[in-house]
Design a protein around this ligand. Structure first.
Ligand SMILES: *Cc1c(COP(=O)(O)O)cnc(C)c1O
Length: 407
């Protein structure tokens, strides 16, 4: 595709307007919104107002006056149309890892006779570490199997199936409904990690009969570095499950200051400590970038962007790179990985040329497509630059081989 054809696609793109909701450096082609979403244009003023007026002027009164105390639920409620849930099923809190721990332990404890947690091997490491920790603590067995073995592993001994909906490396997607149905037949819960799905593709937690989910605030939701995460607990399970990390924010009467824990009813029982208000102000601005945007449109553009990239890269780079994501766009999330023996150096060379993706060990270059701000012209230009770098071997320099602490 020529640059001109790509610009014509951008001109006809029904989501083109959404790019103005972000502050992006003009010189960059940012294909890493799946690791850290871009800065929402409204975020600096929202943060400044929270700091200067609310914290600075109103001080402690802000817990009531600006309803800070309710933000974990009210900010989360904005996610309802993005993940297909009711507002009262969502909560913003903690980090994804802590949310995973809480919901895994809560679910496992609600199935006392069952001793097994099923998950996928080579999943995002923190998901595995959290599951290993829960299994050690509750004396459960963790079964880490390959994606095609998951369904066969679910049986009457299974307490929880814990899966990442979109794989962080390959972008392969699980069929949510099929896994939920199989788990429910066996009497197990399913915990979905939506880190690479929420804000990228359509997710229908309620419609697929989901039980539990967690997700990240700082990737496709644009909540800022270290933004708090979110939890989903289906309404029908909220009274049956209890939070293993009990704290005053999940108490029925936090300001009664009584000695004994009594969980509040509803989603708030999964809170632990005081919410990080400044981070939540940024996250709210991030989620608001989806205001009046339908996830069907986001998903449609995501698939077109990623497919255009695959076509352009394969057309220009031939067998130099290997697609390591599913070939069918319907089986992918919103990112694409290509394998190359020198992926680290190639990615550093790309970044030096203003095309920002990331590297995932051992040999993958990962490119994320964020439909709210990625343009078709960016995709074509990024593929063109990758082709040029591979052809010229410009990546083959010592400065591109030095590994930074964060890749
Ligand atoms: C990004 C990501 C996380 C991040 O967890 P944190 O607790 O926010 O560091 C967890 N799981 C998956 C699948 C991720 O993609």
């Amino acid at each position: 595709m020529t640059a001109e054809q790509a610009r014509a696609l951008d001109a006809a793109d029904p989501l083109a307007f959404a790019r103005d909701r972000f502050s992006l450096p003009e010189r960059l082609i940012y294909l890493d919104g799946n690791s850290l979403g871009a800065l929402p244009a409204a975020a600096p003023a929202a943060l400044a107002a929270t700091v200067e007026q609310q914290w600075g002027e109103d001080l402690i009164a802000s817990w009531n006056k600006h309803a800070w105390i309710d933000w974990p639920a009210t900010v989360a409620a904005k996610l309802a149309p993005i993940v297909g849930a009711e507002p009262g099923e969502l909560l913003v809190a903690d980090s994804t890892t802590v949310c995973l721990f809480k919901l895994l332990a809560a679910a496992a404890r609600a199935r006392p006779g069952k001793r097994k947690i099923v998950t996928q091997k080579a999943s995002f490491p923190t998901d595995l570490y959290a599951a290993q920790g829960v299994c050690d603590m509750l004396d459960l067995e963790l079964r880490e199997v390959s994606p095609d073995e998951v369904m066969g592993e679910i049986d009457e001994l299974t307490a929880v199936v814990s899966l990442t909906h979109v794989d962080y490396k390959s972008a392969a997607v699980y069929d949510m409904r099929a896994v939920n149905d199989a788990a429910h037949v066996a009497g197990a819960f399913v915990l979905w990690d939506l880190c690479h799905s929420a804000g990228a593709i359509e997710v229908d937690l309620d419609g697929t009969g989901s039980d539990l989910a967690v997700g990240c605030g700082y990737k496709y939701l644009n909540g800022g570095p270290g933004a708090p995460a979110f939890m989903y607990v289906a309404e029908r399970l909220q009274e049956a499950l209890t939070n293993p990390l009990q704290g005053w924010m999940g108490h029925a009467e936090p300001f009664a200051f009584v000695d004994d824990y009594r969980p509040v009813s509803g989603i708030n029982r999964f809170l632990t400590g005081t919410p990080p208000i400044l981070a939540m102000a940024a996250l709210a601005a991030g989620i608001d970038t989806f205001d009046r945007i339908g996830m069907a449109d986001v998903e449609a553009k995501s698939r077109r962007l990623s497919q255009l990239f695959v076509d352009e890269v394969e057309g220009r780079c031939g067998s130099e790179v290997r697609l390591a994501s599913p070939r069918d766009p319907a089986e992918r999330g919103s990112h694409v990985v290509f394998a190359h023996a020198e992926s680290y150096a190639v990615m550093q060379a790309l970044i030096a040329r203003g095309v920002v993706g990331d590297f995932r060990a051992p040999d993958l270059m990962r490119f994320g497509f964020t439909p709210l701000y990625t343009r078709y012209a960016d995709v074509v230009r990024a593929a063109e630059i990758l082709g040029a770098i591979l052809e010229s071997h410009e990546w083959d320099q010592p400065r591109f081989r030095t590994r930074a602490k964060v890749t």
